[in-house]
Design a protein around this ligand. Structure first.
Ligand code: UDP
Length: 255
């Protein structure tokens, strides 16, 4: 890592954020800790930090190439990335393309039902409160964002969804649902922040019909299916294979 980190600013469940010599940049370290159910369940899974860091970097780069503003600046080794310092908006934006997880616990919608158009849910990011789902009027009442900013956040999240559906489809993965966090940079611009990884996305393997085997994301940990690192590793392998293929296609057309 070329850049030295300064003091720790924040430690979360899966990452540490450090200051740098530049006021508007931070270094983010991805940890091997795995937590679920509001940290009631915890394990250390060797290699998870590396996999999530590398997968997130690929996805942030891909989004950047498609004009989605993100906090990501560069990879700094296996488990570190440099990012723009942001003021986190304490909201979690979840997009669902296929019903599973909390949606199926809280509604009669059956597991595996396609959702079209995709459902966008906004949660209040607060572990002590259990990240509650917000209604429209509660979101307004909280006054965290203006109605224009809300429109921008929702349209950014939907654009990320469309881009990522296509990205994962090409490598035989179905994007079931995912969570995004956003923040304001020092110019007040809204950026996609945090991470985009199998900790925050559900991804099913199109090459398997088995309802457990096809799960490659954090549900392997939540449901005690084992093979968490293998699942994450398979996602990174396919992403890297896809990137290699794209680079070869460019080389061929240039050569
Ligand atoms: N999610 C997340 N962090 C959270 C809650 C959810 O990254 O604190 C992700 C989760 O991995 C899934 C999506 O958001 O991809 C929807 O999760 P859901 O609401 O179904 O909650 P869960 O079943 O994980 O409790």
């Amino acid at each position: 890592m070329e850049i030295k980190h300064g003091p720790l600013i924040y430690e979360g469940k899966a990452k540490r954020v450090y200051s740098t010599s530049s006021q508007d940049k931070v270094l983010i370290e991805y940890k091997d800790d795995a937590t679920a159910f509001n940290a009631l369940k915890h394990s250390v899974l060797s290699g998870k930090g590396l996999l999530n860091c590398q997968i997130s970097a690929h996805l942030f780069n891909f989004l950047h190439q498609n004009q989605v503003p993100t906090h990501f600046l560069s990879l700094q080794g296996e488990t570190w990335m440099l990012a723009q310092r942001i003021n986190v908006i304490p909201l979690e934006v979840v997009i669902r393309n296929v019903a599973t997880g909390s949606l199926c616990k809280q509604t009669p919608i059956p597991e595996g039902e396609p959702i079209n158009p995709p459902l966008l849910d906004i949660y209040y990011k607060d572990d002590d409160l259990g990240d509650p789902l917000l209604t429209d009027s509660r979101l307004k009442l909280l006054g965290l964002i203006t109605s224009e900013q809300r429109l921008e956040i929702e349209s950014l999240a939907r654009k990320v969804n469309e881009l990522m559906i296509g990205f994962f489809n090409k490598i035989d993965l179905t994007l079931i649902d995912f969570k995004l966090e956003m923040g304001f940079n020092n110019l007040g611009k809204i950026l996609v922040a945090d991470e985009i990884s199998p900790d925050t996305c559900r991804l099913w393997d199109n090459r398997s019909n088995d309802s457990n085997e096809r799960i490659l994301d954090k549900d392997r940990f939540r449901k005690d299916l084992g093979g968490v690192i293998d699942g994450y590793g398979e996602i990174l392998k396919r992403i890297q294979g896809g990137a290699d293929k794209a680079a070869n296609a460019v080389n061929l057309s240039e050569g």
